[in-house]
Design a protein around this ligand. Sequence first.
Ligand code: G3H
Ligand code: 13P
Ligand code: ZN
Length: 281
Amino acid sequence: MTLANLRTLLKNDYAVPAFNAYNSETIQAIIQAGEETQSPLIIQASESALEYAGLEEFAAYALKAISKTKIPVGLHLDHGKNLETVKKCFKNGFSSIMLDGSSKPFEENVKISLQAKKAAPGLPIELEIGALAGKEDYVEEKEAKYTSPEDALRFYKLTKPDALAVSIGNSHGWSEKKLKLNFQLLKEINEEIPAPLVLHGSSGVSDEQIKKAVKLGIRKINMDTQLRKSFTLALKKSLNENPDINPRTHLTKAREAMKKTCIDRIKVCGSNGKAKTQGKK
Ligand code: G3H
Ligand code: 13P
Ligand code: ZN
């Protein structure tokens, strides 16, 4: 299967899961989960993950794996901040990018977002308006910088993203499902914005809330922390229980655990069984 396009991937009444990867095992876990559930999906990597794995090497491995599977899979840059990274992703065959200027003032966010579109001409782009709390920054719901529907519309008109990430009570890096989404706000944003909406930081959001958010217009759901947790806990358990010094023995267990979490998340997104009909709506 050739790479799936973000624009068609998000044109449905369910959400496509976007899983973060950083090495061969995580790419394999994600694709195997998609194959077992017949789900379209997105493999995404952050700038720090690409630095860890090597951008060119990561892209080559992911693109080869994607070319061999029959399910639709996109390859996406997550939270791109540097235009140089955007250019490199464009050059190395990514099917979409995110430019995250959400921590900047409105005008600067618009400026860098437009620069990113120029740096990757024609490539589908996800942008963000309204900043999420940082990983080390576990703030209360009332302190989060929520997306304002008016700003979102103004931002949309100026930048025309293919997908828009919003801040509605979601926050990165939570391993317990304790976050509380503001559904009234999501509804208002969805009524204003023609682009599909993206939910970041979904590891800390309960399944019920994720399902409700999908009904209210969320079409891409980003997941990382939960996958890391299952991978690392399985790795720890295996290392504790088995003295084998072959890393593959333990990494196999970690990969399997992460695959199971991906399968579970795919079902919550409602994308299971949609691989064949993807893009046919
Ligand atoms: O949303 C952020 C992702 O969890 C990426 O985190 O920069 O540690 O890879 P990372
Ligand atoms: P979590 O780590 O909270 O799942 O968020 C992932 C994310 O938003 C990646 O962009
Ligand atoms: Zn994110």
